[in-house]
Ligand binder design. Structure first.
Ligand SMILES: [Fe+2]
Length: 367
């Protein structure tokens, strides 16, 4: 292998032209057919009847609907249960049909249509269909990126999986806690550059990463507030389902935000773009979009790859308006300092998280 290493001359080379995956809509009818098919096959060993939605431009290594986001349609028949798995991907799920019990450690809660929850990495969850109908959820994860990096760790909890720390180990760790405090920073220059010992690399400040649940019955009443806002509002008629573990990156998982929008009729967003990619699931109503110059229409039950990263796009509501779940890999880009955002095509390209952010007219509307 050593001799196969090549040196590629990139001197003076122009930047590679980026490939925008086109906008596509997976219609409700196809999703429903797939749900029926998954319900008809023999139960797989791990209990997971699942189909991954694959964009026609995807080159792998795993099915994905956006370059860094996969969407699985997961089905459980009444009485069925899944096998809990340990994965270092993190997930955001929405129930789109039926009901189930979600169990993770000592936490257990019921979910029903349009409930949303996140599953942190390395957090085994058991789903049990306790209802009489099929339980169907859309499960979004950052697995495509981890697979591209060839570091997607997946193990069932029964095999080697998680090695529990013994009580003695934990006690020792507590006693030794903050060995890094003995590794004093060495300051270099006057602008903040430092040198730190190894302890700083392996004893990171922790943030409690919880599985959180946003029941639809608690979300829905608040959506009337944004639905009732005048269409002269320059922001978006939505709420982000915020997980405090993501801190200033305002996510639902560490990679994705989930927003629920409820747009009044006749609302047309200004064309804009961002490096984060977005996938919309239309929960109610209908509308249309222009993405990279391509016009598409969509309605309740459709899954829309609505914003390929850095593609100019805008969405508009029709008839009664619409309600949509948007999953976008916004927190991931914030962590990478790569979240470029252009709110209108006449606005500057901002690096959100470093540059001063975008201001809407919300304050003047409330006056
Ligand atoms: Fe957008």
């Amino acid at each position: 292998m050593q001799n196969d290493i090549s040196l590629v001359d990139v001197s003076g080379q122009a930047p590679r032209e980026q490939t925008f995956w086109p906008t596509v809509v997976l219609p409700k009818a196809r999703i429903d057919l797939e749900i029926d098919r998954l319900a008809s096959i023999p139960r797989p060993d791990d209990g997971r009847r699942a189909a991954a939605v694959n964009h026609p431009m995807n080159t792998g290594p795993v099915p994905a609907f956006a370059p860094g986001i996969d969407v699985h349609i997961e089905v459980l028949k009444p009485g069925e249960q899944t096998t809990p798995m340990l994965r270092n991907s993190s997930h955001v799920d929405m129930c789109i049909r039926g009901s189930a019990t979600v169990k993770s450690g000592s936490k257990e809660f019921p979910v029903e249509k349009f409930d949303v929850w996140n599953t942190p990495a390395m957090h085994p969850v058991t789903y049990t269909n306790t209802g009489n109908d099929l339980f169907v959820r859309l499960s979004y994860s950052n697995a495509p990126l981890l697979e591209r990096l060839d570091v997607h760790y997946i193990s069932d909890t029964a095999s080697q999986g998680q090695v529990e720390r013994s009580a003695a180990d934990t006690e020792l760790a507590d006693k030794q806690r903050r060995a890094r405090e003995a590794a004093k920073p060495i300051y270099i220059g006057t602008e903040g550059a430092q040198m730190l010992g190894y302890e700083w690399l392996v004893d990171i400040d922790t943030v409690d990463s919880k599985l959180l649940h946003w029941p639809w019955k608690d979300i829905a009443p608040h959506l009337e507030t944004v639905y009732g806002m005048d269409i002269s509002y320059t922001g978006r008629h939505l709420y982000v389902l915020y997980n405090p573990a993501t801190e200033r990156r305002i996510g639902t998982s560490h990679s994705f935000f989930a927003t629920i929008a409820k747009l009044p009729p006749g609302k047309v967003d200004k064309p804009h773009r961002h490096t984060s990619a977005a996938i919309n699931y239309i929960m109610w109503g209908n509308g249309k979009s222009v993405v990279n110059g391509e016009r598409v229409e969509w309605q309740a039950g459709d899954l829309h790859f609505s914003a390929p990263g850095w593609s100019v796009h805008n969405h508009a509501s029709r008839d009664e308006g619409f309600v949509a779940l948007t999953i976008q890999d916004h927190p991931l880009h914030l962590a990478m300092e790569s979240l470029l955002w252009q709110e209108t095509l006449k606005s500057p390209v901002l690096k959100l998280g470093s540059d001063a952010g975008i201001q809407t007219n919300l304050a003047s509307m409330e006056a």
